[in-house]
Write a protein that binds this ligand. Structure first.
Ligand SMILES: N[C@@H](CCC(=O)N[C@@H](CS)C(=O)NCC(=O)O)C(=O)O
Length: 392
């Protein structure tokens, strides 16, 4: 039986089959929480290799311990943690590069290809980071239905970044927060090989509370820094991690129920996706129309289930307004334009990226009218866009 997976905006994928559609469970927020609180707080010292190994081992031990506590009382044979290191490709897969963002000032030495859906919040998060960091990169817009351009990959999710390593191979970076942490670590010390850095972010499998085997990257909110001078003060680091994780575990789950709240809003949202993703340029008309109409109706239906899963009331707007208020209150506490101070940090970029994914939707317009998010959001947009290269 043919099964098509329609991955649209992050929080879920829709699977069409003769039996109807069903949701892929998103990552389990509990588990993410235990990971982010457990990963090591080691600082650097000694050689790079030793420092990085120390951090990775610390993160694994910390996570193992938290995992033990988390699963205590559950059958212990479910606690097996399998570690998967990143995949390396000898050459770039044969894919259609749809555009390049070229920044002549980029002296990072990086060669990056981003596989994405234009309006997926996780992809928007990665792009915000790449653009703010002034990096050049190529973009492959993945067909959300057939996903031919990521057939070469073991993951069916985007974003994926392929980064050229010193050996000439390409390392596959998966998971938006891991991608940001690997690249941010590299940018702080460009003497490191991106291929080696990626090894410190292995994916660990575990069985979640529903008994389903899943995996996650333990230390994805941690930067691997050799020089202890590069570490921010502990409080600032903790706060940055806390809000990065909040963007992934909480904020992102508010997007679908809001942007697909009614059939009309769902359709309007998908028309906007089509415009910004240039679906009419990249895909045949039948495929674009299918993505818009089928996608909108499916996501409208699914968003109701997501609302239940994330225990949101029918007044879904109130939840996103609360989230915007909470974020702005955290920023305002600093009495600076951004959570990071005068310049954005990775949490600013993460929250901006997630909100940016719904910029063309009624839900975002309502947030602008009913919360104070606008001032910060447009200041962020200016920062990101002014560092961004040009589209070639
Ligand atoms: N934790 C991942 C989540 C990525 C994710 O869920 N991506 C969505 C698109 S926005 C996807 O590809 N879904 C398809 C699927 O789950 O099959 C990340 O941060 O990158």
């Amino acid at each position: 039986m043919a099964t098509f997976r329609l991955g649209i905006v992050g929080h879920s994928a829709v699977r069409f089959s003769a039996g109807g559609f069903r949701l892929n469970r998103p990552q389990q927020s509990n588990v993410i929480r235990l990971m982010t609180t457990s990963a090591g707080k080691q600082t650097s010292g000694g050689t790079l290799r030793l420092a990085l190994k120390g951090m990775a081992v610390g993160a694994l031990l910390g996570t193992g311990w938290s995992g033990y506590n988390y699963f205590r009382g559950e059958p212990t044979d479910h606690m097996l943690h399998e570690k998967t290191e990143p995949t390396y490709l000898d050459r770039l897969p044969d894919v259609r590069i749809m555009r390049k963002v070229v920044n002549p000032k980029d002296d990072s030495g990086l060669e990056l290809v981003l596989f994405q859906f234009q309006t997926c919040p996780f992809c928007c998060k990665v792009r915000s980071f790449l653009d703010y960091s002034g990096l050049s990169y190529s973009v492959v817009e993945v067909d959300a239905v057939l996903r031919q351009d990521i057939k070469w990959s073991s993951t069916k999710k985007v974003p994926i970044v392929l980064a050229k390593t010193r050996s000439g191979k390409y390392v596959q970076l998966m998971d938006s927060s891991m991608i940001v942490s690997v690249l941010a670590s590299y940018l702080k010390d460009k003497s490191q090989d991106i291929g080696e850095l990626a090894k410190y972010y292995p994916s660990i499998s575990f069985v979640n509370e529903s008994g389903r085997k899943t995996s996650d990257i333990m230390n994805k909110y941690f930067l691997m820094l050799q020089d202890s001078k590069q570490h921010k003060a502990n409080d600032a680091q903790d706060e940055e991690r806390k809000w990065r994780s909040w963007a992934d575990d909480h904020l992102v789950h508010l997007i679908s129920p809001n942007v697909y709240r009614t059939k009309d809003e769902a359709l309007e949202t998908f028309e906007w996706f089509s415009d910004v993703g240039e679906w009419d340029v990249h895909f045949p008309k039948w495929e674009r129309d299918m993505m818009v109409y089928v996608g909108a109706m499916a996501m409208w239906a699914i968003s109701k289930r997501l609302k239940k899963r994330h225990q949101l009331s029918d007044d879904v707007r109130s939840h996103i307004y609360d989230a915007c208020d909470k974020w702005i209150a955290a920023v305002e506490k600093h009495k600076t334009p951004f959570l990071g101070g005068k310049v954005p940090n990775l949490a600013d970029l993460a929250v901006f990226g997630v909100l940016n994914s719904m910029e063309g939707c009624q839900a975002f317009k309502d947030c602008l009218e009913n919360t104070k998010i606008g001032g910060w959001f447009y200041a962020m947009r200016k920062e990101v866009m002014s560092n961004r290269g040009h589209v070639a």
